[in-house]
Design a protein around this ligand. Structure first.
Ligand code: ATR
Length: 286
């Protein structure tokens, strides 16, 4: 009997993607499980695109309360879910899946995660009137939504492909305008907040080759890349005396709603959790 009860109380979740080996989500969720004394586990499972639908159909059978979804499944996961949060629909992508009354639900917590990370790491950031954002992919979309929601009046969006920046800017309306990197030195003069949403500067990728020489002295610099913990952009910003926020906060905070949905407790992003994940990033050469 005891065994039946404990088996029923044991909760499981996971992260799926392809590749998935380097995901730090298990480190985060298993820390919270232990910290809160919850009987459960969070694994990483390699799922190829052709296997996604069958994987979702097998969630209950696998005893999974839900999962995080990462590249390349974020768009397809949203399509396959029966219920979607407004923000997942807005971003056209899901990163968090769970069951409600036996039906698959999808959310996107990236935008929320970014907002919460700046609240924690750079309080007062939302006094910014003008932001300069590098990159026009999925991460950029979530971050621009957070900036506008929190009252940033105007976002200058810079992307290698100006066409892609224009496409994204159009989705947001007149508070977002698109440019190429050639306009960066000029736009930096008026920026209260500068955000890198590209993967440039990540370990193993090309560096983000921009000079901050013309950036407004009071500007906050934020980079969503967290391997290395201190990117070239963050180093340059620090050397110029800017307030900075690294990318680890977004990773940690985007995980909170999923944990709450699967395990029934809203966890906190504490210095202890941060130290564990930072240690892991450093071990990986970051
Ligand atoms: P994500 O969903 O993680 O944001 P993505 O949709 O692949 O990823 O977007 C990647 C972003 O990094 C894009 O803004 C991309 O610019 P392009 O739209 O011009 O491709 C940017 N990016 C990637 N490699 C780049 C490079 N070498 N130089 C400049 N920008 C780059």
């Amino acid at each position: 009997m005891d065994q039946i009860v404990s088996e029923m109380e044991f909760k499981r979740a996971c992260v799926i993607g392809s590749p998935i080996a380097h995901s730090r989500s298990p480190l985060i969720h298993n820390y919270w499980l232990k910290h809160h004394g919850i009987a459960g586990t969070y694994d990483k499972i390699e799922v190829k695109p052709a296997e996604l639908e069958a994987f979702f159909a097998s969630l209950a059978e696998r005893g999974l309360a839900g999962c995080n979804v990462t590249v390349p499944h974020k768009e397809e996961a949203l399509r396959l879910a029966k219920h979607r949060t407004a923000r997942a629909d807005e971003f056209g992508a899901a990163n968090t899946i769970w069951f409600e009354n036996g039906e698959l639900c999808a959310d996107n917590t990236d935008s929320h995660g970014y907002e919460m990370s700046l609240d924690q790491d750079a309080p007062g950031w939302d006094n910014a009137e003008r932001a300069l954002v590098f990159g026009a992919g999925g991460a950029s979309r979530a971050i621009i939504a957070a900036l506008l929601r929190r009252g940033v009046e105007h976002v200058d969006l810079i992307n290698r492909s100006v066409e892609r920046a224009e496409e994204l800017a159009r989705l947001f309306g007149r508070r977002v305008s698109a440019s190429g990197f050639d306009r960066a030195p000029l736009l930096m003069k008026d920026a209260d907040l500068l955000v890198n949403t590209t993967a440039l500067g990540m370990l193993g990728k090309e560096p983000l080759d921009v000079s901050l020489d013309t950036l407004k002295d009071s500007a906050l610099v934020s980079d969503i890349v967290y391997v290395p913990l201190e990117t070239g952009l963050i180093k340059q910003a620090k050397a110029r005396g800017h307030r900075v926020a690294g990318g680890l906060g977004m990773l940690l905070h985007q995980a909170v709603p999923g944990f709450a949905a699967w395990f029934g407790t809203t966890p906190e992003v504490t210095p202890a959790l941060r130290a564990i994940v930072e240690d892991d990033v450093r071990k990986a050469g970051g």
